[in-house]
Write a new protein. Structure first.
Length: 96
């Protein structure tokens, strides 16, 4: 496997883990109709940072992140990508 492919897979794993942490913390909400869609959940992003740091220190994240900073940066990025207070797919369906 090429180094580029491994890097891409690692970034996807980190992104998925960051989204999972944000959902668990209530920072993002998963759509009940579209399980692959997430949007703002109403809690402060620091709740996800705290949960992620706890899970990282407890060894619950395996080797997904090399440092707490790498994890919080990834959570911040994932949360900022999923702005809005409703599922984008549901919103599009309702608009049509």
């Amino acid at each position: 496997m090429s180094a580029i492919k491994r890097l891409i897979e690692k970034r996807e794993e980190q992104r998925g883990t960051a989204i999972r942490i944000a959902v668990q913390a209530g920072v993002l909400t998963r759509c009940e109709h579209h399980s692959d869609c997430v949007f703002e959940g109403g809690h402060d992003v620091t709740d996800a940072y705290k949960l992620g740091n706890y899970q990282l220190k407890a060894g619950m994240l395996g080797g997904t992140f090399g440092s707490p900073r790498e994890m919080t940066d990834c959570i911040k990025s994932a949360v900022s990508e999923h702005f809005g207070d409703e599922c984008p797919r549901c919103a599009k369906f309702m608009a049509d």
